[in-house]
Write a protein that binds this ligand. Structure first.
Ligand code: C2O
Ligand code: CU
Ligand code: CU
Length: 538
């Protein structure tokens, strides 16, 4: 199936059936949010979701869906368009700013945008219930409460997130603050956003979203890597230190970042901003929705020298069935290039890597409301069904373990569930059994359920969390050894990769805002299949 077809048909069907497509909401607003007179924004931005075409490959232009930005009021550096890219403008905000974003829907179907990583009220979070029809505008108003960080905006439309992101709706948000400015990290032309995505193209250079049921079950894998929306991405650099701000905006593909000459990675930040101090790793894993802030020092390299960022080999995260989908030599878990850096200018001085980067609050056990009774986030997958705590997404379907009092910190344990209900007794789970499946089919290894073992990047909306512990007790430690050193848990996170066999404990704050906030797998096909739930913050 070719997506160019999908896209037209989908748009046609949905525009004529827009009223039917509107889910029947039990709660929440049904009218798009309008600008309020009492809100005095420091930044006022219009963001239009629309159809367009871009020259990506040689030959025919590629039809895309994209965000087009328009700065109505605010600092001139708020929006930066990435050259030749379908990606939305890079948005640059500062902590404390009052921000208004007017999202206008010029697509042929419903949409809504989520600011992944930002701590905002429910009305500004892009809840699927807030989706607007073609021709409508949704006005977001919020104050920037985040610390300096690199974030991700993308649609969060009910059952259409994967296709809308795939066709081009995605962008990055940089947040600045005083703590970070004082460090004097590489900035301006030395601070490079790098948005990683994989795409497939048909013979006509149109985006192909093929794979059918396989794709929905295991996620989409494209045959080409695009960086900032461009193929064969090359960075021309000076011989000095750079700051590379990397976002994995792929639907499903997990990367294992490594420099081709064996230079270790110097990690200075993750999803929720800077680490306390830099960390050196041989490689770093980057799952969909995650961000990585790298210090890349090209000092001393001669003009003409070249360095390649590759995705290295790994095992055990993607089922063999899904790995093969990529075809075209881009098999998930194989080694392949992502982008290259060529030194074109020699420079004699360069900023020094600070020894200390930032301070942030660590949670003490006494501060955690349920420290003796972690709330489960149990992940499960069966043919054509993905679930969290045994349930798939339903608007307004909230279990007791998903209710949290506002301004508390809650302990969660995230793990893969084998079969139904195991270890979940008494937690209010809807005990979904394994029906007629035999014990052998449920086990790991070669059984049918073994084929479904895959890692899930789990994302929680709202404030970033702290990873307290991660343990592995799976049946393939050799596979786990290929990723372990690339998992960075020392910073604040909003998305965490959970390999099969892992148990991860996180302390997650629910500060400031009551309402419904999503948590889900960031493999977008899984999100759309219902591997998503919501918290009710009360
Ligand atoms: Cu980046 Cu709920 O998503
Ligand atoms: Cu999010
Ligand atoms: Cu998943």
């Amino acid at each position: 199936m070719r997506s160019s077809l999908d896209l037209t048909r989908r748009g046609f069907l949905l525009s004529s059936a827009a009223a039917l497509a509107a889910p029947p909401f039990a709660l929440g607003q049904t009218k798009p949010h309008a600008a309020s007179e009492s809100f005095n924004p420091d930044v006022d931005v219009e963001l239009v979701c629309k159809r367009d075409s871009v020259a990506i490959l040689d030959g025919a232009r590629t039809s895309v869906w994209r965000y087009a930005g328009n700065l109505l009021n605010g600092p001139a550096n708020t929006l930066t368009n990435l050259p030749g890219s379908y990606l939305g403008p890079l948005m640059r905000f500062a902590r404390g700013q009052k921000i208004r974003i007017r999202l206008r829907n010029e697509l042929p179907e419903r949409t809504i945008t989520h600011w992944h990583g930002l701590h905002v009220p429910m009305e500004a979070d892009g809840h699927p219930m807030s989706a607007i029809d073609p021709g409508e505008t949704y006005v977001y108003e919020f104050e920037m409460r985040n610390r300096a960080s690199f974030n991700f905006y993308h649609p969060h439309t009910h059952e259409a997130t994967a296709t809308q992101v795939y066709h081009g709706l995605a962008g990055g948000i940089v947040v600045e603050d005083d703590e970070e400015r004082a460090l004097g990290l590489p900035a301006g032309e030395y601070e490079i956003p790098l948005v990683l995505q994989d795409r497939s193209f048909d013979d006509n250079n149109q985006l192909a979203y093929w794979g059918g049921m396989h794709r929905d079950m295991f996620g989409f894998y494209g045959e080409r890597i695009l960086v900032n929306g461009r193929p064969d991405y090359q960075l021309e650099a000076a011989s000095r230190a750079y700051r590379l701000r990397i976002l994995n905006a792929s639907n499903a593909r997990i990367y294992k970042l490594r420099w081709d000459d064996g230079t270790p990675l110097t990690v200075i930040g993750v999803d929720g901003g800077l680490l306390e101090k830099p960390e050196t790793r041989p490689y770093a894993m980057l799952a969909p929705g995650e961000r990585l802030d790298l210090w890349a020092d090209f000092s001393g390299r001669k003009a003409g020298s070249k360095l390649v960022m590759r995705s290295g080999e790994f095992d055990g995260l993607v089922p063999p069935m899904a790995q093969r989908m990529g075809g075209g030599g881009l098999i998930a878990g194989d080694d392949y290039p992502l982008f290259s850096v060529t030194v074109t200018r020699e420079m004699s001085d360069s900023p020094k890597l600070p020894e200390k980067l930032s301070t942030f609050k660590h949670y003490r056990m006494e501060e955690i409301a349920n420290r003796d009774r972690p709330r489960p986030i149990a992940l499960s997958m069966r043919p054509m069904e993905v679930a969290i705590n045994g349930r798939s997404y339903g608007h307004g379907d909230v279990m007791d373990i998903e209710r949290a009092p506002v301004d508390t910190v809650q302990l969660f344990e995230i793990f893969h569930e084998h079969g139904g209900g195991m270890g979940m007794g008494g937690m209010g789970m809807g005990g979904m059994g394994m029906g007629g499946m035999s014990r052998g089919m449920m086990g790991g290894g070669m059984g049918m359920m073994g084929m479904m073992n895959m890692a899930h990047p789990i994302h929680l909306h709202g404030q970033q969390f702290e990873v307290l512990s991660r343990s592995y007790n799976g049946d393939d430690p050799d596979a786990y050894a290929t990723i372990r050193d690339g998992l960075i848990d020392s910073g604040l996170k909003d998305t965490v990769l959970v390999a099969h066999g892992e148990r991860i404990r996180i302390a997650k704050p629910f500060g400031d805002f009551k309402g419904r906030f999503m948590y889900h797998c960031h493999i977008l096909e899984h999100e759309d299949m219902g591997m998503m739930r919501e918290f009710s913050v009360e």
